[in-house]
Design a protein around this ligand. Sequence first.
Ligand code: HEM
Ligand SMILES: CC(C)=CCC/C(C)=C/CC/C(C)=C/COP(=O)(O)OP(=O)(O)O
Length: 298
Amino acid sequence: MQSVATKQITKTRNAHWRDYLELTKPRVVALLLLTAVVGMCLATEQLVSLSVLVPALTGIGLMSAAAAAVNHLVDRHIDAKMARTLRRPLPQGNLSPAKVITFATTIGVIGFVTLYAWVNPLTAWLTFASMVGYAFIYTMFLKRATPQNIVIGGLAGAAPPLLGWTSVTNEISAFPILLVMIIFTWTPPHFWALAVHRAKDYARAEIPMLPVTHGIEFTKTCIFLYTILLGVVCLMPFLIGMTGMIYLVAVTALNAIFLAYAWKLKYAPNKKTAFNMFAFSIWHLMLLFVILLVDHYV
Ligand code: HEM
Ligand SMILES: CC(C)=CCC/C(C)=C/CC/C(C)=C/COP(=O)(O)OP(=O)(O)O
């Protein structure tokens, strides 16, 4: 496998703007920003002012993109060993590590200054903590150290609703923390479904993801249990009176579908079930946050 990776690394070409875009994990950042926008909107009865919305999204987006670029840099050797990640700009030799460091530092600093100067220092520091959590604590340490890596590291990716909320209110409160808990409990079924599908890749790269260390069946059981827990956590916003019937009905339907995937994955899987559950997880989270918005305004 090393020889496949080496062959790819020697096949270099000039850097292209698309390589820089790929470093930022644009689709992941887009969903993170949606959850941040919802955090902003739910923080106020009025419409969010553009003078907060624009710098907050710019800052959170740039710092998330910087964290993603550092993840590409730190993981370049393991990415070269996995079929899913082999074609990324660093394993392909399209970008040098020095260029990636310059890029990540530049956008990270611009993002921080934007938040600090035009939003508020609280949001700037919370976003900084999330960036460190993903780029350094998860990527450099947890990912290689424990099968609970994504559970603990998931907190960084779960932060954006809180970041959106503090952008508007300049204070931390219980409701956005509940939104963070929703993403936090969603992350294990989201990622482990993909890890079940790609278990051989992770084994080859010697990354201690749950299916590698504890086996596929145990991972499927954990996915099932976390999906039930997610269903319970998703009820909380309704139970504390922060959302209404639209949220309750729509989210119950979404969670029933997610649970049906988890059940099928455990008890009646075919070759595509794990990947289909991963793909649905993205729709699940996206629709859940759109529903929060609809419920807030209707
Ligand atoms: C520690 C937490 C997380 C882990 C380990 C994780 C892992 C992954 C992995 C391995 C992929 C496949 C990437 C690819 O092949 O391109 C992926 C895709 C994705 N993830 Fe996550 N994820 C996490 C948290 C999140 C969060 C918090 C969000 C958004 C709120 C998110 C949104 C997405 C989206 C939208 C995709 C599809 C990307 C694409 O199609 O390019 N993930 N995730
Ligand atoms: C400021 C802030 C909110 C920061 C969070 C930024 C961020 C991009 C979080 C997403 C989490 C994610 C995609 C993890 C996958 O990493 P992986 O290395 O396990 O997956 P890979 O193998 O696809 O690279």
